[in-house]
Design a protein around this ligand. Structure first.
Ligand SMILES: [Fe+2]
Ligand SMILES: [Fe+2]
Length: 219
């Protein structure tokens, strides 16, 4: 029979596994929502022939570069992938592909930045190139996030309780600025994202921790 201490430690580990998987899925979901908004803004610009809210367009690109690219992917490479490879080699091929996609996604975001500046400066075909770059990035990331979540589900039986606690400690340290209420520029982005979303997307967004209206700061 388990002792009280063993039971407590299993509960902490179970909660760490739940926290890590929920956190990764939540960060993916928030990126998905921001990408939908970015693509919708570009569609509107194409329909109306001009961009009505350039600041919001820039804020979405700023967020994608600042959190998913500079924090989320590195957290996976630093805290999740090495722990998985320490326990099993069966995900080596998947991990190699995921690491390569992290490099490729950084290159695609750099291209989006360049195309955004060209579009703002009035370059011919600027909007077409920016829209194509964003579509390529979104397609890459959607497949990438699906592959990571599939691997995470498959890996549950490979990782030990202490592995999950270790991953949680590393992964939970840097929180999504759309969830952590600390940076003014992202508070404004969160409010503007919620205000700009169509009704259906707004309901989806508000069901994630990052976008809950209760956490919305006062304007
Ligand atoms: Fe990733
Ligand atoms: Fe990820």
């Amino acid at each position: 029979m388990n002792t009280a201490a063993e039971h407590e430690s299993a509960t902490v580990a179970g909660s760490a596994m739940h926290t890590v998987t929920a956190l990764i899925k939540q960060e993916h979901r928030t990126l998905g929502i921001v990408l939908q908004l970015l693509q919708r803004l570009l569609e509107e610009a194409s329909c109306y022939g001009a961009h009505r809210d350039f600041a919001l367009l820039c804020a979405t690109v700023y967020y994608i570069d600042d959190f998913p690219e500079r924090v989320h992917h590195p957290k996976e490479e630093r805290h999740l992938f090495p722990v998985l490879q320490r326990r099993t080699r069966r995900f080596d091929g998947v991990l190699e592909a995921l690491r390569a996609e992290h490099v490729l996604s950084a290159q695609r975001v750099a291209r989006i930045h360049r195309d955004l500046v060209h579009y703002q400066a009035g370059a011919p075909e600027g909007l077409v190139r920016l829209t194509a770059g964003v579509a390529a990035y979104a397609e890459l990331l959607q497949g990438h996030m699906r592959a990571e979540e599939r691997m995470l589900g498959d890996a549950c039986s490979d990782l030990t309780d202490s592995d999950w606690v270790e991953i949680e400690r590393g992964f939970g340290a840097d929180r999504d600025p759309l969830a952590a209420d600390t940076r003014q520029e992202f508070r404004l982005l969160r409010m503007r994202i919620l205000a700009a979303l169509p009704e259906k997307m707004r309901l989806d967004a508000e069901s994630t921790e990052a976008m809950r209206p209760a956490e919305r700061p006062n304007p």
